[in-house]
Design a protein around this ligand. Structure first.
Ligand code: ATP
Ligand code: MG
Length: 263
């Protein structure tokens, strides 16, 4: 169980640029919850994920993992439990390393690095099997540097690396937004499979209403730093895109972002 209690986060507090990015947010994430997160630009979605990952400390509030208060834990200390995939395929991997080197690093995530002798034979075999599972032919390219891969291949690899160590929570921030529709579809399918296979607890930010409805067991909508809608189970299954658009209209009037209208 991961619990956010009354979290508030300002950026540039006290200056003319002050932003209240998270406004007294509370959220209990049950083990195995797969929550899709929607909301217009600037609603606080990425900030919520960044808060969990430890990119910054909040001005007030607490973050608890199984009753341990990790609010003051630095990002690197959380890395063993928290995996993330961003919108930009370039961020999740290091381009000049080979596929196997990247995977070896991912396997050591959050552990002391040390000066290992490179990839162990049993690890190599494990990585090969994992890549085969992706169905993208990457198992034959393990010595290729990651910089040679397409955005979609890279994002699939990042996802695989993120889930390889069974994180306590997987944070996905618009991780298919930079991909063409066909590749995005593949990566979404892969996301579903990997999460289901391991029953991973996950938060997935998306601007695609259909993805937000089709995936996961729970959906939250954010607006101006608050969670304004939280629905799960059967009630979520009954929702339609129109219901979500209606909610957006309710809070935003006519100022709906183009990205939402395009969904
Ligand atoms: N590091 C930062 N420094 C200053 N302001 C920030 C920072 N990160 C986020 N903000 C501000 O906090 C607010 C929430 O931003 P956030 O990135 O969480 O929105 P979002 O819901 O992810 O939007 P989008 O859909 O555009 O990705 C915005 O007003 C943003 O400008
Ligand atoms: Mg964002």
């Amino acid at each position: 169980m991961i619990r956010i209690e009354q979290c508030t986060k300002y950026f540039h507090r006290g200056s003319v640029n002050e932003v209240l990015a998270l406004n007294n947010i509370s959220l209990s994430i049950k083990e195995g919850d797969f929550i899709t997160v929607i909301g217009s630009n600037g609603a606080g979605k990425s900030t919520l994920l960044n808060y969990i990952a430890g990119s910054f400390f909040a001005d007030s509030g607490r973050l608890l993992v199984d009753d341990t208060d990790i609010s003051r834990w630095p990002e690197y200390k959380r890395a063993r439990w928290i995996a993330r995939v961003f919108q930009n395929p370039l961020l999740g991997t290091f381009a000049s390393g080979t596929i196997e080197q990247n995977m070896a690093l991912a396997k050591k995530r959050g552990k002391p690095r040390g000066l290992g002798r490179g990839v162990k034979p049993q690890d190599y075999e494990f990585f090969r099997e994992q890549l085969q599972h992706l169905g993208l032919g990457l198992e034959t390219r393990m010595h290729d540097v990651v910089g040679l891969l397409s955005g979609g291949q890279r994002q699939a690899l990042t996802l695989l690396m993120a889930t390889m160590t069974h994180p306590a929570i997987l944070l996905l921030d618009e991780h298919t937004a930079a991909l063409d529709p066909k590749t995005a579809h593949k990566v979404i399918e892969l996301t579903e499979t990997l999460i289901a296979e391991q029953n991973l607890t996950s938060l997935m930010v998306t601007h695609q209403m259909k993805h937000a409805l089709d995936l996961g067991n729970r959906l939250i909508m954010m607006h101006q730093g608050q969670i304004i809608f939280d629905v799960e189970g059967e009630a979520k299954k009954k929702l339609h895109v129109e219901d979500l658009l209606h909610k957006f209209y309710e809070v935003q009037g006519e100022e709906m972002s183009d990205r939402i209208l395009l969904a």
